[in-house]
Structure formats: structure tokens, C-alpha cells
Design a binder for this molecule. Sequence first.
Ligand SMILES: [Zn+2]
Ligand SMILES: [Zn+2]
Length: 132
Amino acid sequence: MLRGSCLCGGVKYQIDGRLSCAMNCHCSMCRKAQGSAFRSRASLRSADLKFVQGEELLTFYESSPGNHRGFCRVCGSPILSKFDDHPKYYGLPLGALDDDPGVEPKLHVHVSSKAPWFTITDDLPQLPGAPQ
Ligand SMILES: [Zn+2]
Ligand SMILES: [Zn+2]
């Protein structure tokens, strides 16, 4: 069981399942959505995530067609992404987790959009665009 919550504590969720596809995304949309150099994210089955409280605070922004980024409307914390093409999966920004997910990002993607002020200093693979 993994727990996560937003900055204000209004949204709390639990995950009963495995996270997969952990990676750091350097695309400009993720940078803006996170307000940081990149977004560390993973995938999970949508059926594995349950809201403990505050689901009504979740607000979605469709950052590109079919990609809905959900955030807490009180504090702005990114909570999850929904995909029209893959409704059985969510994208999960790792920063909102309160527990160790037991996975770590294994690659950098969209490195061609990387912030000029950030240097990748690890040895993980770097892809210029999206993962295959
Ligand atoms: Zn919040
Ligand atoms: Zn991205």
C-alpha cells in the first residue's frame, strides 16, 4: 500500500498495486506543470488508485488532446494524469507520494526539450523524444 497527498493535504489517495515505467520527463509541458526541471512520473493501473479524501478537489487540465493533468484546485499539486487513449492507466507524478514506491526513474525522456539551466548528472539513458 502506497499513500500520496497534495501540498495542502486536502487530497489523499492510496495505491494498492505496482508502479511501472518510472522516468523523468523533460518536455516543456511537464516542466511548466511541475514548475521544475523535469517531472518524475510512473504509470499505474487506474483501478489500483483509490481516493481517501478530496477527490472533489481534483481539477483537470487537458494539456494536449486526450491528456488530462489532474491537480488539487486548492494548492495546485499535480496528482495524476488521465489518458483518453489508455483509460486503464494513470500517470503519477512521484513527488506527491508519502511512501517509498520502490521504483526509481530509469531514463530521461524528451531531453531535446530540456531546460538550459539544468544538467543531467546521472548515467541513465537519455531519449531525445518520447519513450518507445
Ligand atoms: Zn491540495
Ligand atoms: Zn512530459
